[in-house]
Design a protein around this ligand. Structure first.
Ligand code: FAD
Length: 271
């Protein structure tokens, strides 16, 4: 096992294992004492290509996982690497989801957001929490982490939704959340996924009087609060350092939230 060094310098780590999750998503396993908490991210340097942020999907002190979708230039190059090839890792960085002993959590995920939510569920089980794990996708082939969640035991209930009804509830994951919150037992909602989904989750949680924490994803370059690339308009709040996990109450009125993000050169891109 590799031993952790100074966390803002990259360490070169061999990819221990690559797990195919679906047609566009792989999980990369590394033997390394990362020491991360759910919601935190690492910067991965893909040699000769670029350095990109990815949320930690699991970390038990011996190995950690990153679940990555192939969406563009850097991730396409990553998908060409094989087990044993090396990448650079810096981190862990950023704020995490805070789990207290005995919480009853609703974890709501879309897309690769299921991965950090799985890490949160794993830690929640260790703290005697009850977990409602809500996972949504366009269709059954795009669902992530459902089998792994089923392996977490009886204190975790899995709720699946698909837009096309190919499995689970037919419709949006937010409809399932409404039903779960109506029962009145959940005391915190955590969410990770597309920003428009997280905005809807935040509104529903707020309406039910339940605290909600989400992962704010902005274009990140340094990951440590130096470059200012991920500053949120009108606030200067840095998503990499003050987030990515933030309270919905603090982000809901920000001008960018649910409307647009800024790309690598700061240009506004509408959702
Ligand atoms: C805190 C955080 C955690 C993330 N966790 C994951 C994860 O667990 N799994 C996963 O698949 N993806 C995750 N991402 C998104 C991931 O960083 C981008 O998908 C990746 O950088 C795409 O790079 P690309 O060159 O392949 O694609 P591009 O074609 O460059 O971009 C595709 C999309 O990714 C976004 N993106 C590109 N570069 C960055 C960047 N440096 N920072 C933020 N967004 C970027 C673009 O805005 C665009 O929407 C996370 C992003 C952030 C900010």
């Amino acid at each position: 096992m590799n031993i952790k060094t100074f966390d803002s310098r990259p360490v070169a780590l061999p990819i221990k294992k690559i797990v195919r999750e679906n047609a566009t998503t792989n999980t990369y396993v590394f033997d390394y004492l990362l020491g991360s908490s759910p919601g935190q991210f690492v910067m991965m340097w893909i040699p000769g290509v670029d350095e990109k942020p990815f949320s930690v999907a699991f970390d038990d002190g011996n190995e950690f996982w990153l679940t990555i979708c192939n969406v563009g230039g850097a991730t396409a190059e990553l998908f060409k690497l094989k087990e044993g090839d090396k990448v650079g890792i810096r981190g862990p960085f950023g704020a995490s989801y805070k789990i207290s002993e005995g919480d009853h959590l609703a974890l709501v995920s879309g897309g690769y957001g299921a991965a950090p939510m799985y890490f949160a569920a794993n830690e929640a089980v260790k703290k005697d929490c009850k977990v409602e794990f809500l996972v949504g996708a366009r269709n059954k082939d795009l669902l992530l982490y459902t089998r792994k969640v089923l392996g977490l035991g009886n204190s975790v209930n899995l709720h699946i939704s698909t837009n096309d009804g190919s499995t689970g509830f037919k419709g949006f994951v937010t409809e399932v959340l409404k039903e779960v919150l109506e029962k009145g037992d959940v005391n915190k909602v955590f969410t990770c996924g597309p920003e428009v989904m997280m905005q809807a989750v935040g509104e529903i949680a707020c309406g039910a009087g339940v605290e909600c924490y989400l992962s704010v994803e902005k274009y990140m370059k340094c990951g440590i609060g130096v470059c200012g690339q991920c500053a949120i308009d009108d606030t200067g709040v840095l998503a990499c350092k003050d987030g990515p996990v933030m309270n919905y109450a603090d982000v809901k009125d920000l001008p960018e939230f649910g409307k647009y993000h800024r790309n690598s050169v700061g240009k506004k891109c509408k959702f």
